[in-house]
Design a protein around this ligand. Structure first.
Ligand code: MG
Length: 367
């Protein structure tokens, strides 16, 4: 089987509510989404998506995905999309780094690879422990009152896992954490996501002031060095998210004991092929996981759900439904949809969802 054509589409996905990250540090209103369609000489078609969470969140750039695909396309034409390790190496030789630009190609290849035998991607990856998986909310609020309002909105929709975005003024963060913890139902799982916003001393201030609560912090500081430096100085469990990009990051976190949880985002780490290795490192070292899209439509959510389904449920803390935060739907009526705070993977071959091409703008064809 050979790739005969790469077609690239773009659309802007509008967020229903303007989204503030880390105590108001960064504001997001639309996401620049790239979709890739791979055609093959045997008639099988695969779809991939690359939607960074804006271009100020991590080093990932919507137009950069399209530029990266333009550079890699001549090397991908004629190759067998089912040989995902060969595709990975081909992309790495054509364009070192730029994992976020490679992720949609990897996703489209897995779609074809699983369509060929008629299996869901999760099954083809070797395990499907089943869903529904609980969806983590994304509470991008700034004040105690707003946090209560947004949490209530999610709870009304059945959410039992929450990612509360903090990382503003430390005293205000402490007040928000204490308020959330005072009102939380016991069965809920809540993660406080700092998104790198704190300096080391700010992180220590909040972590020590909340030690009695035993809450978990995600990505408290900018780098793994920062997180490592703080590690002996506090007792809080930690999840690493933005600093988990490469396999080397994963091995360092596991070896040096820097975190109890991996926040695996598919676009950031370069797709399913690479994320599966991180999953295995996590499982080998007793590290639990959140698995999610970096952003995007039901396609990106579905890709994450396939990886999530390969993780024994006791090690999977949650997934995410970015689609729920958007007013645009590029695959109406298709794919897994949030139901009572959970996402369920259908028993469909391949990715199991593809976009309506008429809702996208074609921007390039390579053949
Ligand atoms: Mg995070």
């Amino acid at each position: 089987m050979k790739i005969t054509r790469l077609t690239v589409f773009q659309t802007d996905l509008t967020l229903e509510h303007p989204y503030w990250l880390s105590g108001g540090r960064l504001k997001f209103e639309t996401l620049d989404a790239t979709f890739v369609k791979l055609d093959t000489d045997q008639g099988l078609v695969g779809w991939g998506e690359g939607t960074p969470w804006g271009h100020t969140y991590v080093p990932a750039h919507g137009p950069g995905i399209r530029a990266g695909i333009e550079t890699m396309a001549p090397f991908l034409l004629g190759r067998d999309p089912r040989k995902t390790l060969d595709i990975e190496r081909t992309m790495d030789l054509a364009l070192p780094g730029h994992l976020y630009a490679k992720a949609p190609i990897d996703m489209a290849c897995w779609d074809i690879k699983a369509h060929a035998p008629g299996l869901p991607i999760a099954d083809l990856m070797g395990a499907n422990f089943g869903t529904p998986a609980p969806i983590a909310s994304s509470v991008g609020a700034k004040t105690v009152e707003e946090t209560r309002t947004v949490l209530a909105r999610y709870r009304d929709r059945g959410y039992i896992v929450h990612s509360v975005k903090i990382g503003g003024d430390p005293n205000r963060d402490i007040a928000r954490i204490r308020d959330v913890e005072a009102h939380r139902p016991k069965a809920e799982r809540i993660l406080y996501d700092v998104n790198r916003a704190w300096t080391r001393q700010q992180a220590l201030q909040v972590m020590r002031a909340t030690e009695d609560l035993g809450v978990m912090y995600e990505q408290p500081c900018e780098t793994l060095d920062d997180i490592a430096a703080l590690r002996p100085l506090h007792a809080a469990p930690v999840s690493v998210d933005e600093s988990l990009v490469t396999l080397q990051d994963a091995t360092r976190i596991a070896r040096d004991g820097l975190a109890e949880v991996f926040g695996l985002k598919l676009n950031r780490v370069g797709g399913l092929t690479r994320a599966a290795r991180m999953r295995d490192i996590a499982l080998a070292h007793g590290i639990d996981m959140f698995v999610m899209a970096t952003g995007g439509s039901v396609l990106a959510d579905t890709e994450a759900l396939h990886l999530a389904a390969t993780i024994p449920p006791e090690h999977l803390l949650g997934v995410w439904a970015c689609q729920d935060m958007l007013t645009d739907d590029i695959a109406p009526g298709r794919g897994p949809r949030a139901t009572n705070g959970h996402l369920h993977l259908a028993d469909a071959p391949g990715l199991g969802v593809h976009p309506d091409e008429h809702l996208l703008t074609k921007v390039a064809t390579y053949a």
